[in-house]
Design a protein around this ligand. Sequence first.
Ligand SMILES: *Cc1c(COP(=O)(O)O)cnc(C)c1O
Length: 226
Amino acid sequence: MLENNITSLKHRITTACQQSQRTNNSVNLLAVSKTRDINTIKNAYDYGLRQFGENYVSEAEQKITALPKDIEWHFIGPVQSNKTKTIAKHFHWVQTIDRIKTAKRLNEQRPKGMEAIQCLIQVNISNEPQKSGVGVSELMPLAQFIETLPHLTLRGLMAIPKADNKLTTSRQEFAKMAQLLKQLQLDAPQADTLSMGMSKDLEAAIAQGSTMVRVGTDLFGPREHV
Ligand SMILES: *Cc1c(COP(=O)(O)O)cnc(C)c1O
């Protein structure tokens, strides 16, 4: 099943790229492995996947320790202050930065000798109350702060549109994200990443410029718990 799912996802990504005249290798597939066990992740690894996303720190720490060292791990859950130390120790990417405090702690806690953490700022693109992510007006100040930190590299933006959005609404929000990235690039030319699109809406995200789709369900099957 996993092998077929990987093949069909790669096909969906290729087709979406062709339809918007983009090169195929301009979109990365991030395998969202939250709640999946180590064997399942190892199978996906054996089929060639190397980028995995995790939401829960203690669950992720066990997996990262047990699995091959050439995996690139992305933290994609809300960052709690008491977890930044473990995140800084284990993850290559953090996609969910939305506060100065988090950026500061990750920068201070990155162990010596490790390369900078690749960071994305999460944007609350659907303007949901009490949802993670910065509002549009808070984006540039946070970006400018991250740019001063030696152990973080700002690579772009990430968004999770509202779960019950209509596809037309998500499309508009993805387009808005692409605009925000362009704006950010004026200050931070190295910011090349737009992480958006999941199982249900990855085609719409790719059409608007996503460079990284985050897929759980259509890769590993339905989750038993969130
Ligand atoms: C769970 C999760 C995904 C994957 O969602 P699916 O609908 O299972 O593909 C992507 N991004 C984030 C931030 C998630 O928490």
